[in-house]
Design a protein around this ligand. Sequence first.
Ligand SMILES: [Zn+2]
Length: 295
Amino acid sequence: MITRLSDRIWLVEGGKGGRYPCAHSLYVRDGGGYLVDAGSDAAEIERLRREEGIAAVVMTHYHEDHFPFLALLPDTEVWSSTADAPALESLETLLAWYGVPGTEWEAFYRNLFAEKFPFTPRKVARKIADGEELRFGDTRAIAVVAPGHTPGHLCLHFPDDGILFLGDYDLTEFGPWYGDAPCGIGEFRRSAQRLAGIAAEVFVVSHEGPVHRGPIAGKMDAYLAVIDRREESLREFLREPRTRGGIISRRLIYGPGHDGPWFDYGEWALLSKHLSGMIARGEASFRKGAYSLTR
Ligand SMILES: [Zn+2]
């Protein structure tokens, strides 16, 4: 389904209400047509291509739920931030930034990118830096590169339309993702606060309810508070020494009933960031194969 956010900026709602594995897209109906992300709705994207035109696809980042329908546009230019481009251009970089090479999840992810989310490397035709002004015809957007979710997660601020596309700084109840190998909690928080401080009227996210009317400072604080709750439940669990396997299977993040390698990976990707922070601050230690609190 397509909703008009303004004359020239349209929202292409993702399937499943925008829940994973779907993600909302934007479409800028100007300058030949620009699609932002390709994980929303194959039929709508195909119709836009045919009836309106798509001159380029602007990728907010390289995650699998944002690229599935890029395959429908094999000859269309792809744009992304300079920092995220290497993972769109190479499967090995993509896997490395998910942090899976050499882990028990490598085979699972190689298969995921071959079968469920087929990944075809794309040359990034335009690499975008933070603060750069993009012109889509007469429509102006400022690039806001927000590291933390991925190293170069690209948000787009359309100052003349009062719209900010936040991508996966998505304000969902699940909370933030900062589990990619080159990313971390501190960067995620800084980027989220910066985004919440941008004076837009309408904030659009990639998942679940797509449109949030500003200001969003309160919503962003609630979203970031999930990070603190995760750390608190991990701290509680580490009152006794726990192995890596024990921490993963406790399902502190996803809760019980979420089985399999995708969730195993997610638990460790996120909780390992908390553990390294706690160890660096002297709050936890790793001894004889187990993590525990030091005080
Ligand atoms: Zn993502």
